[in-house]
Design a protein around this ligand. Structure first.
Ligand code: PLP
Length: 406
C-alpha cells in the first residue's frame, strides 16, 4: 500500500523485511514509543534505500519494539504525514489463531496467545468488576515467565549468541522451567541457580526437563545474580539474565500489555486499574508504560510486593533491586503478608474453583487492600502470573497451621 505526501511517495512495508545497521537501546526508544502510544500513530517515515534503513532508525526501533507489522517508509524524509497504528498491523500479532493447530511446541507458546481474561464473580459486585489475566495458560512453566524465556532466548539466537549451547540463569523456578524447556527444544544444556527459599519440588521439575540445579543458600539479590554472571563468563555459557535483559520488558510490552488492551477493547471494557506483582518488574513495568501512555494516564497501575521480612515466591520488594519499574509511573506499591497471599489463593480456589499461585494470591490481597481504602467503580484487572500446583508445600504447611485436621 502506498500514498502520496506532497512530492514523496509513502509506502507501508513489512518491518521484518527491512535491514538496519544502527541500534537504538530500549531506554533511548522509550520517549518515541511513548509519543506513538499517546498519539495513537506515527509521525514521519523511515527513510529506506534498497531495503536498508538509512535515516530515522529511531522510528524503526520504536515500531519494532511496539510490535507493529508495517512501517511507513519513503525514499526521502517526510515529516508531515501521520499514520495511525491501526494501519500498521499493530494488533496483528495478538489476534488469536482460529483453529489452534501448531507446528511445534514453541509455536504452541507464541501463537496460542492471548491468554484468557476471566471475570471473578466472587470479587465483583456490579459497581466494581474484577477480571483476571490467567498466565498459567502458558504451556511450559504454566506461568508468565514462558514469555520472557522464549523472547530472551530468541533474541540471543538472532544475535548469534549461544555457541556453547550452555545456558545459566538465576531463577525462583518459573523462568528456570521456561528456559529449561527452550533449552530442551534447541539442544542446549541449562544450569539453573535457585535460592534456598524456593520449594523442593522445583528441583524435580527442572531435572525432569534436563536441567542441572544448583541451590544457593541466599535470597535472589543483585550479588546472587552477579555470582551467576561470573560463573557463566568463566564457563563460556550464555547468561540471559532476566533481571537486566530488555527483552523481558519488550516481550511484555509487545504481547502481554497489548493483549490485555486488545482483549478488553473487544469485550467493551475500559479498565480503571491494573494490579500485578513485581519480581524482575518486567511485566508490570511494560503494562504500566503501555497503558499510562495509551490512555494519557487515565488508568491506574498498582504493584504488590511482600511486606518486610516475608517471602512470596516470584515477587520481591522494590528496594531489592529491579530495573524497569524505575522507568515508568506506578500509582502505589502495596505490601502483602505471605499468609494473606496464601489465604487469598485458598479463598479463590473455594469460590471460583481456580487454583492460582502465591503471587496471584498476593495480587488479590493487594486489590482487597485498595478496596478497603475506597475505590471508584469500574473494571479492575488482576494479572495472575502462575498456577497453584507448584505451591503444594507452602499450602500444606499453611493448612496444617491454620486449620489442623484438613
Ligand atoms: N509471580 C511469579 C510466580 C513469578 O514467577 C514472577 C517472576 O518470576 C513474578 C510474579 C514477577 O514477574 P516479573 O519478573 O515480570 O516482575
Amino acid at each position: 500500500m502506498s500514498f502520496r505526501s506532497g512530492e514523496v511517495i509513502v509506502r507501508l512495508v513489512e518491518l521484518d523485511g527491512l535491514r538496519v545497521k544502527q541500534f537504538i537501546s530500549l531506554r533511548d526508544s522509550m520517549e518515541l514509543m511513548s509519543r506513538i502510544l499517546s498519539e495513537g500513530g506515527v509521525r514521519g517515515t523511515i527513510v529506506v534505500d534498497s531495503g536498508e534503513v538509512v535515516d530515522n532508525g529511531e522510528l524503526y526501533w520504536a515500531l519494532r519494539r511496539l510490535g507493529a507489522r508495517l512501517a511507513p517508509v519513503s525514499s526521502s524524509g517526510v515529516e508531515n504525514v501521520f499514520t495511525p497504528l491501526d494501519n500498521l498491523g499493530f494488533y496483528d500479532e495478538v489476534v488469536p489463531d482460529r483453529f489452534r493447530v501448531y507446528n511445534s511446541t514453541e509455536e504452541l507458546l507464541y501463537r496460542n496467545w492471548p491468554t484468557p481474561i476471566v471475570k471473578l464473580n466472587s470479587l465483583s459486585d456490579g459497581r466494581v468488576n474484577v477480571w483476571a489475566k490467567l498466565e498459567f495458560y502458558n504451556p511450559f512453566s504454566n506461568s508468565i515467565k514462558d514469555r520472557i524465556g522464549w523472547f530472551m532466548f530468541k533474541r540471543a539466537l538472532e544475535s548469534g549468541c549461544g555457541e556453547s549451547h550452555l545456558l545459566y540463569e538465576a531463577t525462583s523456578t518459573n523462568t528456570g522451567v521456561a528456559l529449561a524447556s527452550m533449552a530442551a527444544i534447541h539442544g542446549f544444556k541449562a544450569k539453573l541457580f535457585l535460592p534456598a527459599t524456593v520449594q523442593k519440588a522445583s528441583d524435580v521439575l527442572l531435572k525432569v526437563l534436563g536441567a542441572e540445579v544448583v541451590r544457593v543458600p541466599k535470597r535472589i539479590t543483585v550479588e546472587f545474580v552477579e555470582d551467576v554472571d561470573r560463573e557463566a563468563r568463566r564457563d563460556g555459557s550464555l547468561h540471559l539474565n532476566q533481571f537486566e535483559n530488555d527483552a523481558n520488558f519488550e516481550v511484555h510490552l509487545r504481547y502481554t500489555a497489548k493483549e490485555i488492551d486488545y482483549q478488553l477493547m473487544g469485550a467493551g471494557i475500559r479498565p480503571r486499574a491494573i494490579i500485578g506483582g513485581i519480581g524482575t518488574s518486567g511485566h508490570l513495568s511494560a503494562i504500566a508504560f503501555y497503558f499510562k501512555n495509551k490512555t494519557r494516564n487515565s488508568i491506574e497501575v498498582y504493584a504488590a510486593q511482600p511486606r518486610p521480612g516475608d517471602t512470596i515466591p516470584g515477587i520481591r520488594r522494590i528496594e531489592s533491586g529491579m530495573k524497569w519499574i524505575h522507568w515508568v509511573e506506578i500509582d502505589d506499591i502495596i505490601d502483602v503478608a505471605r499468609d494473606d497471599a496464601l489465604r487469598e489463593m485458598i479463598n479463590l480456589a473455594r469460590s471460583e474453583g481456580l487454583l492460582v499461585g502465591m503471587s496471584s494470591g498476593a495480587v488479590i490481597a493487594a486489590f482487597k487492600k485498595l478496596r478497603e481504602r475506597g475505590i471508584q467503580e469500574g473494571d479492575y484487572i488482576l494479572v495472575f502470573p502462575d498456577h497453584g500446583c507448584k505451591y503444594v508445600e507452602q499450602l500444606s504447611e499453611y493448612l496444617k497451621r491454620e486449620s489442623p485436621g484438613t
